[in-house]
Design a protein around this ligand. Structure first.
Ligand code: SF4
Length: 311
């Protein structure tokens, strides 16, 4: 790519915000974007006003989405269309593994996060062969994490980026490793991992902890056990394009439940919360949307569609 003559004397971006914001601005200039909708996950929300200001100074008009977004499964493309934006800038995630059409073109902008690894202590990991998994925002840190693991006497392997609903990169190297290390923040992403012990390395606190995957399995089977007695089910379908019937087709689920002498009703909603399901006279729910929904608290048993074989 030719250097941009217009930015030859611009100050060199220093902070993480400046690096990402200027890279995004450059990308938008190349696309001749005039008006964009900015959509960012909660962790990046504090940066969007400064980002909109920077883009505005360069002649790019912005609209900011204030609804929650948990992944690239959940795009504000219809809002972008309604607000006459020519592009949706979806920050913090890469393109979803499942294809679906969008109302306006989408630019997926990962927003690479730098973090100091000073103070990282991997001594609580007893296994030797370690598969490293992360999210798209932290891929730049993986070489440093690998070097630290080598110093700690481990044999690390790169697996790749995972999502709370997508762990294929980890599954591909599972037979070569004794445990996995998730580099990032929170437990949402590694919760979908099964089979081998999983440690989390929190980049904010630098804490290395073993994830209690057994606890989540116990909760999963407790919900299945309770749902066995249910006579009437609500089948949850999400309006989010990427999550719509992600775990199974609602009509197929209805048929399977009816074959088990259960009554079933298909429910449609955007965000799935216990409050929205209150008052419905059903005994339990089957979720066809994001598999991590079942980690939230629900007043009635809620199981994922892939688990109805256990009923
Ligand atoms: S885990 Fe859920 S919110 Fe995250 S990308 Fe998958 S479907 Fe979307």
């Amino acid at each position: 790519m030719q250097p941009n003559a217009g930015t030859a004397h611009a100050p060199v971006p220093q902070t993480s915000f400046e690096r990402n914001a200027h890279a995004l601005l450059e990308e938008l200039r190349q696309r001749n974007a005039r008006r964009v909708l900015l959509q960012a996950p909660e962790g990046l929300r504090t940066s969007v006003i400064a980002l909109a200001s920077l883009l505005g100074q360069s002649g790019i008009s912005t609209v900011i989405s204030c609804d929650a977004t948990y992944g690239a499964c959940d795009l504000a493309d219809k809002e972008a269309q309604a607000m006459q934006c020519d592009l949706l800038v979806h920050i913090g995630h890469s393109k979803f593994y499942r294809d679906f059409g969008t109302a306006v073109p989408v630019l997926y902008f990962p927003w690479n996060m730098r973090a100091s690894l000073d103070g990282a202590d991997f001594s609580s990991i007893h296994e030797e062969h370690i598969g490293i998994v992360t999210t798209v925002q932290h891929t730049d840190l993986l070489s440093e994490v690998r070097d630290l693991l080598v110093k700690a006497g481990k044999k690390p392997f790169f697996a790749g980026n995972i999502l709370g609903c997508y762990t294929l990169p980890a599954q591909k190297i599972e037979s070569n490793v004794d445990a996995f290390l998730f580099v990032g923040s929170g437990k949402f992403h590694p919760l979908g991992m099964r089979g081998k012990p999983v440690y989390t390395f929190d980049l904010e606190t630098k804490a290395v902890e073993k994830l209690d995957t057994a606890l989540f399995e116990k909760r999963r089977f407790a919900a299945i056990y309770k749902a066995k007695d249910a006579k009437t089910f609500g089948i949850i379908v999400s309006t989010k394009e990427g999550q719509r019937e992600l775990l199974g087709a609602a009509e197929r689920v209805r048929q399977q439940l009816e074959e088990k002498d259960k009554k079933a009703y298909v429910l449609i909603m955007d965000e799935v919360t216990s409050a929205k399901l209150e008052g419905l006279k059903v005994d339990a729910f089957v979720n066809t949307a994001c598999p991590r929904i079942m980690d939230d608290h629900f007043a009635k048993p809620l199981i994922n569609a892939e688990d109805i074989e256990y009923l």
